[in-house]
Design a protein around this ligand. Structure first.
Ligand code: ADP
Ligand code: XUL
Length: 525
């Protein structure tokens, strides 16, 4: 049986074909491309569109639709036999981003012509031509209003898992309804990226899973359904515009006629798509509390499973529903890979040069510190971007490379303390987990062994594994999450980096100094 997992991330679309044959599982195909390279006509840089205002970051939804077409064509060309034997599909997508569809959407999706590319048939179903994505931080006022209407940050966090965050879908919807009331009035459906892409596959409005619905400030974590008061505090008539919320293992439809005719694919179940981070939880095999993963992708995230939702007292981080039916804790940083690239490029380096700089500089950087807020930051909240240096010469390339990596690892460690987990092992994933020198800083900072999967994209692997789990469940077979997590997803057992006692001690001290520097720059010092 062959399962297709897709991951529509900020910068790229990735696919994994997973074959399950009894206890044997193997990856029989994988393919990935960046939107910038494959679809330059949309004019994105790193998958996004920006204007002069650093708080506004959007992407074209039609680009994601066209990317699905490009991906299916490539998969069918390279793995024709496997694609004909497809058993089920699921997906993961960057979280929080929202897509706004008008009254024509339902009938258009149900009657797509297989002779024309999908994107060319969707242009007039959007009530908003662009989708605000997780990097957008322009909804501050909406956050304040929603927080105030729902009893303050802590009350909102206890109910939905997070205080109001600018990138969360609820505040984004409120900001849109206030700025463009006419376009909001024309909006019939609002999808997250995950449920939008699932809808394109099924040809009908697809439900959203609880994991991705947790990133909206609109779902009650205890009931796993939309929270009526939050809907009311966010925008008029919102309930009717949102997808229904379902458990992550739910089959939300079958592959639509467009894909079956255009690519000669079977009519297979489509399992609910989820967010990339909940999907990574499955892909890294973290199904028990006490384990943590760090994803170094476009965003840097740190997350782990939680049996009961425990929100942080000071508003850092999130609790989401996990695809396993429990919960997950997470802290997110916007200045992840793009900040590392910014430093790399500022000094004319490539990745080997970046790694060489890490090897040639002393651990602790002689006390040189950098706050790498090149973009507005999520954790801690920084509205006005700016990189701040302490004891660090901006002209010293190698020291700045070490400073950005140490800063990111210190921020990951400090701002995940609220989860109360001190792991002996960290599971590293995401594009930058290819970099062993970065992982050594991680090991020393967390005093933990770092394990890395052979498969770099755990969100995509999680999607393929969830397709398998959901399809089997629908067929009446129960597959435990432990079984799902075992096997192909498991990292190779040998750590790729181990903590060195001397550096662990040095970082214990430096982490406190970093926290003080951060506070002083935030104006709380
Ligand atoms: P996404 O969040 O879009 O899924 P990925 O997890 O695919 O992102 O990561 C992409 C990023 O990986 C690139 O932006 C790049 O900065 C980073 N990357 C790739 N190779 C390396 C490397 N050797 N060292 C550090 N970063 C790397
Ligand atoms: C999670 C978040 C990002 C996106 C993009 O809350 O904002 O990690 O999911 O990957």
């Amino acid at each position: 049986m062959i399962y297709l997992g897709l991951d529509a991330s900020t910068q790229s679309l990735t696919a994994i074909l997973l074959e399950v044959d009894g206890a044997r599982r193997s990856i029989v195909g994988d393919h990935s491309f960046t939107y910038d390279d494959a679809l330059p006509q949309y004019g994105t840089t790193h998958g996004v569109l920006r204007n002069d205002d650093p708080s506004t970051v959007v992407s074209p939804p039609l680009m994601w639709a066209e990317a699905l077409d490009v991906m299916m064509a490539a998969l069918v060309e390279r793995w024709p036999a496997e694609m004909r034997r497809l058993t089920a599909i699921s997906g993961a997508a960057q979280q929080h981003g929202s897509v706004y569809l008008n009254d024509h959407a339902d009938s258009r999706l149900a009657s797509l012509s297989a002779r024309l590319p999908i994107a060319s048939q969707l242009a007039d179903i959007l009530s908003r031509p662009v989708a605000p994505i997780w990097m957008d931080s322009s909804a501050s006022q909406a956050c304040r209003e929603i927080g105030a209407a729902l009893g303050g940050d802590h009350a909102l966090a206890r109910r939905t898992g997070s205080r109001a965050f600018e990138r969360f879908t609820g505040p984004q919807i409120r900001a849109f309804a206030q700025r463009e009331p006419g376009a909001y009035a024309e909006t019939r459906r609002i999808h997250l990226v995950s449920s939008f892409l699932a809808s394109l596959l099924t040809g009908a409005p697809a439900s959203i899973d609880r994991g991705d619905a947790s990133g909206t400030n609109l779902m009650d974590l205890r009931t796993g359904q939309w929270w009526p008061e939050a809907l009311e505090a966010t925008a008029d008539g919102l309930r009717d515009r949102l997808p229904t919320v379902v458990a992550s293992s739910t089959v939300v439809g079958t592959l639509g006629g467009y894909w079956r005719e255009r690519y000669r694919l079977p009519e297979v179940p489509v399992v609910a798509w989820t967010g990339d981070n909940p999907s990574s939880l499955i892909g890294t095999g973290i199904v028990r509390e006490g384990q943590l993963a760090v994803s170094l992708g476009t965003s840097d995230t740190i997350f782990g499973a939680m049996r009961q939702p425990r929100v942080s007292a000071n508003g850092t981080g999130h609790v989401f529903a996990s695809p396993t039916g429990g919960f997950m804790g997470m802290t997110v940083f916007k200045n992840g890979s793009l900040a590392r690239e910014r430093v790399r490029d500022a000094y004319g380096l490539d990745w080997p040069g970046f790694s060489a700089a890490l090897r040639s500089t002393p651990v602790g950087n002689g006390g040189g510190l950098l706050l790498p807020w090149f973009d507005p930051e999520i954790t801690p909240h920084v509205a006005v971007p700016g990189a701040h240096r302490h004891n660090l010469d901006a002209a010293d390339a190698a020291a700045n490379v070490r400073a950005v990596v140490e800063a990111q690892m210190m921020a990951l460690a400090n701002h995940s303390a609220w989860m109360g987990v001190r792991p002996a092992v960290i599971y590293a994933t995401g594009g930058a987990s290819a970099n062993i020198e970065i992982l050594q800083v991680m090991a020393d900072m967390f005093d933990a062994d770092v394990l890395r999967q052979d498969i770099g994209n755990s969100a995509c692997l999680g999607a393929a594994l969830r397709a398998w789990h959901g399809e089997r469940l629908a067929a009446g077979e129960s597959v435990t999450w432990e079984e799902v997590a075992a096997g192909v997803g498991a990292p190779s057992s040998a750590p790729v980096a181990r903590p060195i006692a001397e550096y662990v001690n040095l970082y214990a001290d430096l982490k406190c100094r970093y926290a003080e520097f951060e506070q002083s720059q935030l104006g709380h010092g």
